[in-house]
Ligand binder design. Structure first.
Ligand code: G3P
Ligand code: MG
Length: 242
């Protein structure tokens, strides 16, 4: 499978310049020239995939309680920052397609909802991006989620996501038929980079907000990065191909 990765992904939609995981953030990323956005997807109390990072509502909205216990009728009227609502995943997908953005769908299930979340998001994504020129990239910290995505939407590329990359990462990548390795920039070792380079596996790092760190990571062979500082990297449009 051919994979073309922009060098920069807007982290959580619009990084720190817009409310996180909102359509306004995605629009901002596109308007600044970004070709890719990363966002987090979880199920509401009604089982609807929505864009949100935390299992609870307090940090990013004016609501309270757990996302997985909140029905859509209450969830979609909340303020996720600047008057922006929590987006339905379907709306975010449509916007990415309309704006020509590569979407990195980070499936972030609430604990205990791994299979259900992966099933709903993978099946929806396969339909939403059917016959589109730019396919999304599904990633998750949950290997269980990636297993479901592999089985239900094998045609959508998958990225295996770690904070620190474990020793057996290659075994898991092969098992999950993942194409990309995503990890925390601060914890990435040269040993992992060497292994990835030998197999032409693109390494994507989060969250990179310093031009100096970005330069070093690129020199070390990192393929792409997630940033909150959309203002700092908007001019860097080159892409990585394999
Ligand atoms: O997908 C990369 C990055 O978003 C993972 O960390 O906590 O920001 O979702 P987090
Ligand atoms: Mg994320």
């Amino acid at each position: 499978m051919q994979l073309t990765l922009p060098r920069w992904f807007a982290h959580r939609g619009g990084g720190s310049l817009a409310p996180e995981n909102t359509l306004a953030g995605i629009r901002l990323a596109a308007s600044l020239g970004y070709k890719a956005v990363e966002f987090d997807v979880m199920l509401s109390g009604d089982g609807t995939p929505v864009l949100i990072h935390d299992e609870t509502l307090e940090r990013t909205t004016n609501g309270s309680g757990s996302v997985s216990a909140t029905p859509d009728s209450e969830l979609f009227v909340l303020d996720a920052g600047g008057g922006e609502p929590i987006p339905n995943f379907v709306e975010a997908a449509a916007l990415c397609c309309q704006l020509g953005l590569l979407a990195n769908i980070e499936i972030k299930p609430a604990a205990g909802y791994e299979i259900e979340t992966a099933t709903r998001v993978a099946v929806l994504a396969a339909n939403l991006w059917r016959d589109t020129a730019i396919q999304p990239l599904i990633s998750s910290f949950s290997l269980e989620v990636l297993e479901v995505a592999r089985d239900l939407a094998p045609q959508i590329p998958r990225g295996i996501l770690f904070e620190a990359v474990p020793r057996d990462w290659l075994v898991e990548m092969k098992r999950l038929q993942a194409l990309t390795l995503h990890c925390c920039a601060d914890l990435l070792t040269d040993a992992v980079l060497d292994q990835a380079a030998a197999l032409h596996i693109p390494v994507l790092c989060y969250t990179v907000n310093s031009p100096t760190q970005a330069k070093i990571l690129l020199q070390r062979g990192v393929a792409a990065m997630f940033t909150d500082r959309l203002d700092l990297f908007a001019d860097e449009t080159s892409t990585y191909k394999r």
